[in-house]
Design a protein around this ligand. Structure first.
Ligand code: ATP
Ligand code: MG
Length: 271
């Protein structure tokens, strides 16, 4: 299990980063900064504390910075400034070799568009994380088969992704992340492309699995119902800033501002 601390993280995209950062610190808006500098503000002084073993949901409308933030956690994006601490270690300062090992052993990702290797079978996809860590073939196969079974895809080991439905592909994506045996799993809109019923099944399965696994799961969604159902804690982003962070219960009962209040109007906590 891993504890993640995100401290004062800023991300500005564009050519005039110092000017844009100075404007941000002066309290100028994302729109003003874009108009004056052509720079896009991805994240603006984000602070979050993601406790080990919880499903932490990051929610917000399109363009609020969710993917930008999650890509910082596996260092696909470098922060303009700030710290990202995994169990106290700042991952921003990892050297290339440490970064490779961090990515293979500590963190795995489930993508909205599945991200499966089309020319590999279900089993080869699921074994992948173990293989690149150097696990011996038979052992990697056994681990792969175990997780394929857990997500309910036994019998499909030799199939190729093109022959699977969306829900099945995402089960493979989930099995692949679980088989990699990392402390942290990042899920960026992982269930958003699925039909409502399949999506609800996947949410239930994730909650069920988490009872035994206690991984640190960072789950991105733009859907409040999904956030309320699966999150132990929810952080709401708007224009790259955290507007509220708290338990589903707290967010429903004490929305921090009108933006959050509009999201939660008429909603209830799932049983
Ligand atoms: N590579 C990039 N270059 C320039 N601007 C970017 C880049 N990546 C993200 N942005 C900007 O950063 C902001 C946040 O984008 P991001 O993709 O993180 O949002 P999101 O919350 O994931 O949205 P969605 O729900 O649509 O996936 C947006 O204004 C976006 O235009
Ligand atoms: Mg996104």
């Amino acid at each position: 299990m891993a504890n993640i601390e995100i401290r004062n993280v800023y991300k500005v995209f564009g050519a005039k980063v110092p000017t844009a950062m100075a404007m941000l610190r002066d309290g100028r808006s994302k729109v003003e900064i874009l108009a004056e500098t052509r720079c896009s503000v991805g994240l603006n002084d984000v602070n979050m504390s993601i406790g080990a073993g919880q499903i932490f949901v990051i929610m917000g409308l399109s363009g609020s910075g969710k993917s930008t933030l999650v890509r910082h956690l596996n260092r696909l994006i470098e922060p303009t400034s700030g710290e990202l601490l995994f169990d106290g270690q700042n991952i921003v300062s990892l050297n290339p070799q440490e970064l490779r090992s961090f990515r293979t052993s500590r963190i795995s990702m489930v993508f909205q568009s599945f991200g499966l290797f089309p020319h590999r079978t279900v089993l080869q996809n699921v074994m992948y994380g173990q293989k690149i860590r150097g696990t011996e073939h038979e052992q990697a196969r056994a681990i792969g088969k175990k997780w394929i079974d857990v997500v309910g895809l036994s019998g499909y080991e030799d199939r190729y992704p093109f022959s699977l439905s969306g829900g099945m592909k995402q089960r493979v994506g989930l099995a692949r992340a679980l088989a990699a045996d990392t402390d942290v799993i990042l899920m960026d809109e992982a269930f958003s492309a699925l039909d409502p019923l399949i999506r609800s099944d996947m949410q239930d399965q994730l909650l069920d699995l988490q009872k035994n696994l206690s991984k640190t799961i960072v789950f991105i969604t733009h859907d409040l119902d999904e956030a309320l159902k699966i999150g132990s804690e929810i952080s709401i982003l708007k224009d790259g800033q955290v507007v509220q962070c708290g338990t589903p219960d707290h967010i429903l009962s004490h929305p921090a501002d009108d933006y959050v209040a509009r999201f939660v109007k008429g909603r209830q906590i799932h049983a």
